[in-house]
Design a protein around this ligand. Structure first.
Ligand SMILES: Cc1cc2nc3c(=O)[nH]c(=O)nc-3n(C[C@H](O)[C@H](O)[C@H](O)COP(=O)(O)OP(=O)(O)OC[C@H]3O[C@@H](n4cnc5c(N)ncnc54)[C@H](O)[C@@H]3O)c2cc1C
Ligand code: FES
Length: 257
């Protein structure tokens, strides 16, 4: 598959929505409209004003409502993401995008299950949008440790049915996504997932047991994001490959995890 061209550009933060104490939605105006972006691709964001954040940080493209409007959902976990979440409208942020290889849609009209955990829900929004617009039926299954981890549900609901689980039972069914009653009668043609690795492995096992094709978006640690440093390699049936260029999206049949 031919990969779309990537650009380096300065995005201007036009809106910041603090969703709760850990998640922020950042909305950027881009100077160049992006017309060929795949759901699952990511942005390498330069974090200015953070003395220890020397490397860019990879953040999934959450949504491109317009070709020049970029939504990033950021979870504060360390200095880089906290600095990003502290930006105020008007801030200029340098970014490389779109990077990596995104999700592939089924060729026939299909029922697609999109499973997101924690901040792994971010690429699922754009994927849901693309699949729904292509005529597929979209079902979201979103999981978090507590209700605080479940953000932007109203946006997901635009593109499909939304089911949720929390480990503490504070919202939706109690437990892990793979324990949700929705999976008792699987009627899905394709499964897509992004989140913590144990969750993705469990989702992949569920899909394999029911002979459903499954694509995962890996969140390996990355440095360069462009295939130069080899710090993000993943073992696959084709050998070790860079997650940032060959992925982050993989068909689970390729992974030796
Ligand atoms: C392809 C890809 C897409 C991503 N999309 C998003 C997104 O949409 N929104 C978002 O908030 N985050 C996303 N991440 C994770 C994000 O890149 C990291 O949380 C961020 O780089 C941490 O930087 P920091 O300086 O805040 O934290 P650091 O100080 O670098 O690290 C703080 C803690 O977070 C852990 N950490 C760092 N990177 C990761 C990672 N990739 N996965 C799990 N733990 C990590 C570290 O081990 C450490 O414990 C994505 C990562 C990848 C590879
Ligand atoms: S992050 Fe450098 S090669 Fe992937």
């Amino acid at each position: 598959m031919q990969r779309p061209t990537s650009f380096q550009m300065d995005g201007r933060l036009t809106e910041k929505r603090r969703l709760n104490d850990r998640y922020v939605l950042l909305i950027f105006q881009l100077p160049i409209p992006l017309t060929q972006v795949q759901a699952g691709q990511f942005v390498q964001v330069k974090v200015d004003g953070s003395p220890h954040t020397l490397l860019r940080r990879p953040i999934s493209i959450c949504l491109l409502p317009k070709p020049d409007e970029l939504w990033l959902l950021v979870q504060e976990v360390g200095e880089g993401t906290t600095t990003l979440c502290a930006l105020e409208p008007g801030a200029i942020v340098n970014m490389l995008l779109p990077l990596g290889t995104g999700f592939t849609a089924p060729s026939l009209p299909s029922t697609c299950l999109l499973v997101g955990g924690g901040v792994g829900v971010a690429p699922m929004l754009m994927l849901g949008q693309k699949l729904a617009e292509a005529g597929h039926q979209v079902v979201f299954l979103l999981g978090g440790r507590t209700s605080t981890d479940l953000v932007m549900q109203e946006h997901f609901a635009r593109y499909g049915k939304v089911y949720v689980t929390t480990e503490d039972g504070s919202l939706g069914e109690k437990g892990f996504v793979t324990q949700h009653s929705l999976l008792n009668e699987p009627h899905f043609d394709a499964v897509y997932t992004c989140g913590p690795k144990p969750m993705m492995k469990a989702v992949a096992t569920f899909a394999a047991q029911h002979d459903i094709t499954c694509q995962v978006s890996l969140e390996n640690l990355m440095a360069c994001g462009i295939g130069a440093c080899l710090c993000c390699v993943e073992d696959t049936v084709d050998g070790h490959v860079c997650t940032c260029t060959e992925g982050p999206v993989f068909n689970t049949k390729r992974l030796k995890w």
